[in-house]
Design a protein around this ligand. Structure first.
Ligand SMILES: Nc1ncnc2c1ncn2[C@@H]1O[C@H](COP(=O)(O)OP(=O)(O)O)[C@@H](O)[C@H]1O
Ligand SMILES: [Mg+2]
Length: 274
């Protein structure tokens, strides 16, 4: 894996958005039980941008993540990747999309198969990446692990031999091996204790620079969102109630809901670490 910028480099956040979501909606259930989990959400992700989605539990963040990941079909609306309509991709095209858009989820414990060593887990992903020779595969694995601050020693470890922070870093390494253009991190740091959380947030920040990666960072914690992101989208009841550059949203929140989220974080910077 190369840490070089992509050769087709265009300026950060270039003219054409990498991802463009237009009026995305997702409804669950029927009749009186209808839930509008995501309701008419539009946003863009530019190249090398880190954009956070924040909101209380149940506000629709994970549903939006799954729509962007194409793990779930929207009820209405469209999704474009680099100008191409990917709303209804199927088969091989969808597989290719999943190489471009990778995910890291909340719980590094449950996303591991306890009967797989780290090597076997990563090897399965390498098949998707079509890494070629076994030797090349080893190199890709070692590079990805190094990038998240783990040594190749972890390759022969079982999940129960790793700490929560190490597992989460393995999951990020797994996503990295596929050299995605976009990483969707859904509460990826929520289960970690404070020092590990700062560490993982810094790993993510480095990825943007070193891998030319775009990150959609999803969290219920506006403090973490502020720490990592260029822009913040605030979700409530399936809708984006406010979006803007991080500093604007923190220092002059317009929506009462955002003000309330911020009020829960009295000391923004210290909160990341405690
Ligand atoms: N598969 C599903 N079936 C029915 N309702 C769902 C499903 N997934 C999510 N929901 C509902 O959609 C709403 C948003 O959920 P979710 O996207 O998980 O929010 P968040 O990630 O912000 O906590 C919630 O009311 C949740 O109960
Ligand atoms: Mg969620």
């Amino acid at each position: 894996m190369s840490a070089q910028p992509r050769s087709d480099a265009e300026p950060r956040g270039g003219a054409e958005p990498l991802i463009e979501a237009k009026s995305l909606s997702r409804v669950f259930g029927h009749g009186a039980n209808t839930v509008r989990a995501v309701d008419d959400v539009s946003f863009t992700l530019g190249r090398q941008e880190v954009v956070s989605i924040v909101g209380e539990s149940g506000s629709g963040k994970s549903t939006l993540a799954r729509l962007v990941l194409r793990l779930l079909d929207p009820t209405s609306g469209t999704l474009h990747l680099s100008g191409r309509d990917v709303t209804s991709l199927k088969g091989r095209d969808l597989q290719a999309y999943w190489r471009d858009v990778q995910a890291v989820f909340q719980d590094p414990f449950s996303s591991f198969n306890q009967f797989f060593t780290v090597r076997r887990l990563l090897n399965r992903s390498l098949r998707l990446a079509a890494a070629g020779s076994a030797e090349r595969g080893e190199t890709l694995m070692a590079q990805a692990l190094e990038h998240v601050g783990l040594s190749a020693d972890v390759l022969d470890k079982w999940p129960h031999q790793l700490s929560g922070g190490q597992r989460q870093r393995v999951m990020i390494a797994r996503a990295l091996m596929l050299q995605p253009r976009i990483l969707v991190a859904d509460e990826a740091t929520s289960m970690l204790d404070a020092s590990l959380r700062a560490n993982i947030l810094n790993v993510l920040a480095d990825l943007r620079r070193d891998y030319d990666m775009t990150i959609l960072f999803i969290t219920h914690d506006i403090g973490q969102a502020c720490y990592v992101s260029d822009r913040v989208l605030v979700m409530s009841q399936g809708k984006v109630v406010e979006q803007g550059p991080t500093d604007e949203v923190i220092f002059s929140p317009r929506h009462e809901y955002t003000q309330r989220l911020l009020a829960d974080v009295p000391r923004l910077h210290e909160n990341i670490l405690d």
